[in-house]
Ligand binder design. Sequence first.
Ligand code: IMP
Length: 182
Amino acid sequence: MFDDIERVLITEDQLQARIVEVAGEMNAVYSDDEPPILVCILKGAFMFLADLSRNLTFRHEVDFMEISSYGSGTTSSGAVRILLDLATDIEGRHVVIVEDIVDTGHTLTYILRNFSSRNPASVRVATLLNKPSRREVDVPVNYVGFEIPNEFVLGYGLDYAQQYRNVPYIGVLKPEIYEQKL
Ligand code: IMP
């Protein structure tokens, strides 16, 4: 598995250090008085949610939503649908969407639109990674772990063809691995 990875983009230590900082930004905003719901967008954000949540000092709930995105390729079709919906009613609640990466912005735009029809008290977005150079639709992001260049990345929850999520750092795949499947 590790032979397929060209290089490490963000190390485990860099991930943990930055997540502590992002959690600090959120700890300054949220309080026990109105516990928010952190919505983890599956599957890619599961590790980020786990480490982020452990560094938050205010009461909060977690819930999960799965959205279809890339299938097994590395480019977005722009077509998005819900595979697993929230178990919680978010009406009147403060919500934080926890994403792995914002790329074209289509997935997040869909989720924000969908959530606004459920009348939450507020919605903010925390994403581990942001690829601004790939944006096709303008979408607000409140908390960003790392801005990264236009490269296909994997590890720390992010996949290529449903694999490599267990790689403990953010890495770049060797181009021949995905070129042979395009
Ligand atoms: P968007 O709709 O183009 O913003 O894509 C969002 C989703 O595409 C993310 O939640 C990821 O699941 C997936 N994605 C985008 N870029 C990458 C990448 O570099 N590696 C792995 N998954 C990615």
